[in-house]
Each structure stands twice: as structure tokens, then as C-alpha cells.
Design a protein around this ligand. Structure first.
Ligand SMILES: Cc1ncc(COP(=O)(O)O)c(C=O)c1O
Length: 375
């Protein structure tokens, strides 16, 4: 059998990793400013993570959600404390799209409505409702195109109010720092206005923190830069450093009903052990603070270098977009092939930096040297 060929691949097989570096099967080292698509939070193969996962696997990898899982309770407690959402409830699933599906479903159970507002250029995943709220017609199949969604411009509060005032909007779903959309950031005024409007019209505010959350922006959640709280928050990617897991943080006003939500694999013992180890490391190594400090340093350094082709540098923490005045393709490919450095990308002209949160200033300098060499 052949693989279903949906990914344009670099001709490289990554074999092992350590911290912010990976090596291919020929022994070539790469600096990882991509973090496996924002997934590697605490660094590749962190010894504490490896030990916790190994220990758990030797004890029990999986049992179903029909019995008490103390690891889920511990994770909920720890995540509540780490994120400042102590009074929220946690539902555990397996992927970002699945977290958004459950968020939208819960919002609709809550207020009985079916319309959703989403940002232009939004990306929320590739399954049913998650892809419908994603603003990319190329990946919405006819079966997903069910007319639930209105896409609106970023930071244009009057446009959002005009829709919300109709009184029929179930939920607003929003990435405060858009990833796939090219590191476009909301303003504080917009986010605070939107929060107030959602309250006024009984619309559920969902913050998709799958890429911008879990410490990446230099605060636990990106929306915390804008002084608001969300009703529902979705997390995935960095939560278990690459072991598939996602979560939905749920405000106290939502009351659980047996059978409404459920999953076979979600919150299994091995995933929880990984997620708890991630929180251990984030706390002991102060990785949220590190993302803030090294991220500001990196943004400042790129700006100061006055590099050719660099039009704008934007972002928070270690979620950085470098807008180029040329398509990113050649530069990104040369970074990989000649300088052995992975980065992400967005749109046609944006390089996206999403390194592990343990990136050091020396590694940030190393990136700049490798980047300069291909400009
Ligand atoms: C903001 C955002 N939401 C949702 C998703 C979907 O996550 P997954 O691929 O785990 O389904 C992604 C993935 O890139 C994302 O960046």
C-alpha cells in the first residue's frame, strides 16, 4: 500500500531530537525553530518527560473513561492552577480539531443556536465544524459547507457588533494570535469589546489556544495579553509535547450532562502522564517566562539587524511572524537545505517561528546567523 499523498514533503527523515535540535537519519543536525508545528513545548526528548511516559507505559497505557482516572483529576487541578482558570472544568480529547468540535457543540447545547462568527483567515482544524469555521474554501468539502458561519475582519468591532446584535449567534471562535493566518494579532480594544458584546447577546466566546496557547505567547494563554476571560478555551499541540492530546476548558456556567460529550481515547493514562510531565517542566524551568524573554529578544534582534527582504516582524513570545517582501518558499527551503534550520510558514510571504519554549538566547542568535546567510 502507498501513503495517501497529501503533504508536500521535505526529502528528510528526522531520526532523533534533543531540546531545540533534531538530527536526520544521516546524522545531520538541524536547529528546530518550527517545533514540529508548535507541538514541541518542553523540548525534544526531555529526560523528565521520557521518564514519566516510560514509567506510565510500564504501569498502564490505557483504560477507558468508564472508570475513575486519577491522572485526569491531577491534570485538571494542575492546569487550572497554571493557567489561572482554577474554577473551570476540563474535558480531554485527542486533537485540536476535536477540541474545537466539542467547544462548538457545547456552545450550541448551551444556548440552542447554530450561527458562528469567525475571523477572516482563521484556521481551526479539518473536521466537520472545525473546518467550516476555517476561512479557507479550498479545504471545506461540500459536505462541511452548511452555512453556519460568517467570517469577519480582524479588529473591526462594528462589523462584529452588527452580526451579534441580530441575537442569533451561538458562538464566536477566535485565535487571538492567528497562526496559519500569518501571525495577525487582535487589539486589546477589539478583544475587550468583543467580550462585552458576547455577554450582552448571550453568545459563547471560544478562544482557540491550540497554537497560540500553553505558554507560547509568553503568558499561559494568548488572550491573557488582552485582559479578558473566555467561556471556552481549546488547547492541543504543546499540551503533551507531541503525544496526541487536546483539552477543552469550560466555564462554570456550563453544566455537564451525561452522554452529551464523550471519547474513547481522550484523557488516557499515557497522555495524562505526558501532560503532567509537561506542566512539571514548564513550572520548574519557567518556560512561559522564557518564551516571553527569549521571544522579545529574538523579535528585537531581527528588527535591529535591518535584514534584506524583512518587511515586518510581529508576534508575542515564541510565536513570531517574519513578513518578507518576497515569497517565503526559496528562503525557507534554503534555510533547511543549506543552513539546516526548520521554520514554519504562512500565506505566501510569512516565515513562522514556533520553536520549543526552552529556546535559549544563544539558539536565537544561531537562528539569526543561519537566517542572514540565506537572505
Ligand atoms: C489554531 C489552530 N486550531 C486548530 C488546529 C487543529 O489542530 P489539529 O491538527 O490537532 O486537529 C490547529 C492546527 O494547526 C491550529 O493551529
Amino acid at each position: 500500500m502507498e501513503l495517501f499523498d497529501v503533504y508536500p514533503l521535505f526529502d528528510i527523515a528526522i531520526d532523533h531530537g534533543k531540546g531545540c535540535h533534531v538530527w536526520d537519519d544521516k546524522g545531520q543536525e538541524y536547529l528546530d525553530l518550527y517545533g514540529g508545528h508548535a507541538v514541541i513545548s518542553v523540548g525534544h526528548c526531555h529526560p523528565h518527560y521520557v521518564e514519566a511516559m516510560t514509567k506510565q507505559l510500564n504501569k498502564l497505557g490505557f483504560y477507558s473513561n468508564s472508570v475513575i482516572n486519577p491522572l485526569q483529576k491531577e491534570l485538571a487541578h494542575r492546569l487550572g492552577k497554571a493557567s489561572g482558570y482554577d474554577d473551570y472544568q476540563l474535558f480531554l480529547i485527542n486533537s485540536g480539531a476535536e477540541a474545537n468540535e466539542n467547544a462548538l457543540k457545547l456552545a450550541s447545547f448551551y444556548n440552542g443556536r447554530t450561527r458562528v462568527l469567525s475571523l477572516e483567515k482563521a484556521f481551526h482544524g479539518r473536521t466537520s465544524l472545525a473546518v467550516e469555521v476555517t476561512n479557507n474554501p479550498k479545504i471545506i468539502a461540500p459536505i462541511n459547507d452548511n452555512g453556519h458561519v460568517t467570517y469577519l475582519p480582524i479588529n473591526d468591532l462594528p462589523a462584529w457588533e452588527a452580526e451579534l446584535a441580530k441575537g442569533d449567534v451561538c458562538a464566536v471562535i477566535i485565535e487571538c494570535i492567528q497562526g496559519v493566518g500569518g501571525i495577525r494579532v487582535v487589539t486589546k480594544e477589539f478583544m475587550q469589546g468583543l467580550r462585552a458584546l458576547c455577554d450582552k447577546y448571550d453568545t459563547v466566546l471560544i478562544c482557540d489556544e491550540i497554537q497560540c496557547g500553553y505558554g507560547r505567547s509568553g503568558k499561559f494563554f494568548a488572550h491573557q495579553h488582552f485582559g479578558i476571560k473566555a467561556d471556552l478555551i481549546t488547547v492541543a499541540k504543546g499540551i503533551a509535547n507531541g503525544f496526541p492530546m487536546s483539552g477543552l476548558l469550560i466555564a462554570p456556567k456550563f453544566k455537564p450532562v451525561y452522554g452529551q460529550l464523550g471519547t474513547t481515547f481522550g484523557g488516557n493514562h499515557l497522555a495524562c502522564a505526558g501532560a503532567i510531565a509537561v506542566l512539571d517542566i514548564m513550572e520548574s524551568e519557567k518556560l512561559v517566562e522564557n518564551a516571553a524573554e527569549v521571544g522579545s529578544y529574538l523579535i528585537k534582534r531581527i528588527k535591529e539587524e535591518n535584514l534584506p527582504h524583512v518587511k515586518e516582524v510581529r508576534g508575542y513570545g515564541l510565536m513570531i511572524g517574519i513578513e518578507l517582501d518576497v515569497p517565503y518558499k526559496e528562503i525557507r527551503t534554503r534555510l533547511v537545505k543549506e543552513q539546516h534550520c526548520f521554520t514554519g510558514c504562512a500565506g505566501t510571504n510569512v516565515l513562522r517561528l514556533l520553536p520549543p519554549l526552552c529556546l535559549t538566547k544563544a539558539e536565537a542568535d544561531d537562528f539569526i546567523a543561519r537566517f542572514k546567510a540565506v537572505l
